[in-house]
Design a protein around this ligand. Sequence first.
Ligand code: KG4
Ligand code: ZN
Length: 343
Amino acid sequence: MIFLGIESSCDETGVALIEAHASGVPQLRSQALYSQIDMHRAYGGVVPELASRDHIRRVLPLAREVLADAGVSLDGIDVIAYTQGPGLAGALLVGAGVAVSLGAALERPVWGVHHLEGHLLSPFLSADPPVFPFVALLVSGGHTQLMRVDDVGCYALLGETIDDAAGEAFDKSAKLLGLGYPGGPALAELALAGNPVRFDLPRPLLHSGDLNFSFAGLKTAVMTTLRKLGEQPGAQDRADLAASTQAAIVDVLARKSLAALKSTGLARLVVAGGVGANAALRARLGAESIKSGFTLHYPELALCTDNGAMIALAAAMRWQRNGPQTDSNHHFNVRPRWPLATA
Ligand code: KG4
Ligand code: ZN
C-alpha cells in the first residue's frame, strides 16, 4: 500500500510517499519539503495569510516531485493522508483541499491525520525505532506535552504546558535577544559561546508534583535580565543569557520527562517536535538515560520539524492496526484546535 502524506499546518509544505505492508515498519519512499522560513523572517514570525498562499504555490509541484522520485504514478497511490489539525486554519485548508480533490479524482480514501500523532510516530522511520509502550515528549512551536503511548491511536495526556510552548519560549527569548526567526536554532547557536549557570532563571512548576509545564515567566525573566544589563549588552552577556535560558528550558523538559517515566513505570522515551532537534536537550537526556537506564528515541534530524513523511506514516500505521477505514464522501473539516487524546 502506498500512502501519500501532505503537511500544511504551519510554515512548511511537506509531501511524502510511504510504502507499508500488513506488518513491519513502513518505509519512506520519497519526500519533499518547502520551508517558508525565509518569507516569514522579514515579519519576525509566521504570517498566517502568507503561509496559506504559499502552501497553494508549493503543494502540487512537491507532490509531482515525490511521485517522480519514487517512480510512482498518480494511480499507484492507495490512500491520501493530510494534516487535519491542529494548526492555522487557512494553511490546513490548503492541504485538506488538495488531498480531498485528489482522493475524489482518483477514487481513493482520504484520511485526516492529527499533526502531533505524526510527530510522535516519526521516530518509527529512524534507524532505531521504538516499540510500544513509551512516553512521548512532544516539544514544538505550538505544543509541549507528555503523552503515554500504548499503541497507534492509544494516547493518554500526562501533562502539558499551561501557557507558552517550549518552542515559543525559545522563539520569544530569542526575539528579546535580537535574534531572527525562528528563534530556537539561533538561540541554541548563541548559547554555544555562553555560560549556562551565569543567570539563575526561573524553572516554573518544577516541583508542582504534576507533569505540567509553564514557560511564560521565562521570557519575562529574560526581559528583566536584559534591562539590568543596560542599553547595549555585550556579546558575552548575550551569549550567557542565551545559554542560561536554554539551560532553564532543557532542565524543566528533562526533569518532567524523568518524572513521567517514573510515574508510568515505562523505560522508553520518544522525543519529537522541532525542539527535539536541540543539541543541549539531546545531550542532557542522553546523560540521564545512561544514569537511569531508559532508552531514548528521536526521529531522524530532518524529520524533527514539520514534514509530510510523518503524516503518511501515521496513516500507514493506522491502516496496519485498524485496517481500511474508507471515507467515500470526501468531506473535509479541518480542526485548528484538536486535543490528541481525542484523535
Ligand atoms: O515541530 P515544529 O517544526 O513546528 C510546530 O509544529 O510548531 O517546531 C518548531 C519549533 C520552533 O519554535 C523552533 O524555534 C523550534 O521548534 N526549534 C528549536 C530548534 N530547532 C527548531 N528549538 C531549539 N533548538 C533547536 N535546535
Ligand atoms: Zn509540528
